[in-house]
Design a protein around this ligand. Structure first.
Ligand code: ACO
Length: 430
């Protein structure tokens, strides 16, 4: 890191020099950590639009140039050549594995897919229509009860076991949540299948008949998981780091991340895209909804468009767009008109001045929802799919955060705008 400084000039000639840190790549970062101690002021940055919360060597994003790299490898190369499991290894361990390292890692994940039988009882306690994200968050939280004794965060071996359990068991929990919703028996995992194939099996197989895995479907899921695997300090990852920074059990921190991901401005967007397409209903209604999205008095937004970081294009969207066409071609899904509507909406918005001026492009979730739907995955499961991919990013960031010898509990400050001091008024006098 360089020793450049940033000079802050406050009221009454009050000056301060703030160190500037330079990362491997990306914008410089002004270190304001001494500001309150020395000058008694806080910084104010709602939504953390200009704030770096930590140092990290996991993922790099350049929103202007549409760059996304995991451990230095461009996501385009990983999408073309790697598998989700290999990307998991890369994110967790920092480098690409040799063949034997990959085989050993994949075997470990495949051998930990089963849930403790007692955990299945949780699903009996949910209502049949419980949202699968709520089930996922609750059951992952419950892992802190099951695996409490083997979870000493200062023990690297325990941290590895935690990582393997999250990666291996999340698909099983996700599939169990889905089976509860549709009233089908829970399907046990099959360790002879790879990550994405096994997920398809647990979601769609039934004990009464054989289930044939569609290779295009498995390939599409694997690609989506690679593209969702990490995205540096996004809302859910920051939530995991923040919850974990108190020393909380990491399964609980992951459960908190799942809850954060569920919101429609984050992982819930892919679900919201499909809801929006159903609401639009027909190609003839597109211009009406484009106008609604542009109308500041109307809360309607074009879901799946825009991104906090990518202000040029979302590189994940470019990759997944191709897969979207491949899946629609190979699977010829029943509700094809919905997909045609989505593709027409994409074209109209891309040509519209409002969207062009504000750099609003389709994000990864615009296409992911369409692919999931074509695979037969219901809308309520879309964000669950996102969570499966992102789980490795959450774990990698939790490990990085907890291994930092200078780590502190995350505790932001505020700009207080409430009442000044006032005296308590007896209830009869109010
Ligand atoms: N439709 C219409 N207008 C939009 C949209 C949209 N989807 N997105 C942004 N805008 C407009 C805003 O109204 C604002 O206009 P203004 O400058 O005239 O006030 C401008 O573009 C900037 O938008 P902000 O909300 O300030 O941008 P921000 O970076 O805070 O928000 C976000 C990014 C939340 C993703 C936003 O674009 C959005 O709500 N998109 C739809 C939801 C979505 O697809 N979320 C998925 C994100 S990807 C992910 O989580 C994996």
């Amino acid at each position: 890191m360089s020793q450049d400084v940033y000079r802050l000039i406050g009221p009454r000639g009050n000056e301060m020099e703030l160190p500037v840190h330079r990362g491997t790549t990306g914008p410089d970062v002004i270190d304001v950590a001494r500001l309150y101690g020395e000058k008694g002021v806080f910084t104010y940055d709602p939504g953390f639009v200009s704030t770096g919360s930590c140092k990290s060597d996991i993922t790099f994003i350049d929103g202007e140039e549409g760059v996304l790299m995991y451990r230095g490898y461009p996501v385009e190369q990983l999408a073309a050549k790697s598998s989700f499991i290999e990307v998991c290894y890369l994110l967790l361990r920092g480098s690409l594995p040799t063949q034997s390292e990959l085989d050993e890692f994949e075997t470990t994940i495949r051998r930990h897919t089963m849930l403790n039988e007692g955990m299945l009882n949780f699903f009996k306690g949910f209502r049949y229509d419980a949202h699968p994200m709520a089930q996922l968050s609750a059951v992952v939280g419950s892992m802190s009860a099951y695996y409490h004794d083997e979870m000493d965060a200062s023990n690297p071996e325990h941290r590895d076991i935690f990582a393997h359990r999250i990666l291996a068991k999340l698909p099983t929990i996700a599939a169990a949540a889905y089976k509860l919703n549709i009233g089908q028996p829970f399907m046990y995992p099959r360790n002879d299948l790879n990550y994405s194939e096994n997920l398809l099996h647990m979601l769609f197989a039934v004990p009464a008949e054989p289930y044939e895995i569609n290779e295009v479907a498995a390939e599409a899921l694997d690609l989506l998981f690679i593209l969702h695997a990490d995205h540096e300090q996004n809302c859910s990852t920051s939530t995991v780091r923040m919850a974990g920074s108190s020393g909380a059990n990491p399964y609980s921190a992951i459960a908190a991340g799942i809850s954060a991901l569920w919101g429609p401005a984050h992982g819930g967007a892919n679900e919201a895209v499909l809801a929006m397409l159903r609401e639009i209903g027909d190609v003839s209604q597109i211009s009406k909804y484009i106008d609604k999205a542009k109308d500041k008095k109307d809360p309607f937004r074009l879901m799946g468009f825009g991104h906090r970081v990518y202000k040029n294009f979302d590189p994940r969207a470019t990759i997944i767009r191709e897969m979207c066409y491949k899946v629609l071609e190979a699977l010829d899904p029943e509700d094809k008109p919905l997909f045609e509507l989505a593709l027409e909406l994409e074209q109209v918005a891309l040509k519209d001045d409002y969207f062009k001026e504000k750099n609003l492009y389709p994000n990864v979730d615009f296409y992911s929802g369409i692919i999931y739907r074509a695979l037969g995955i219901p809308r309520s499961m879309f964000t669950v799919m996102f969570a499966l991919g992102r789980s490795v990013g959450w774990v990698a960031h939790w490990r990085e955060m907890i291994s930092d010898p200078h780590g502190k509990i995350a505790r932001p400050r505020q700009l207080y705008v409430g009442e000044g001091k006032r005296d308590y008024v007896e209830i009869g006098d109010r």
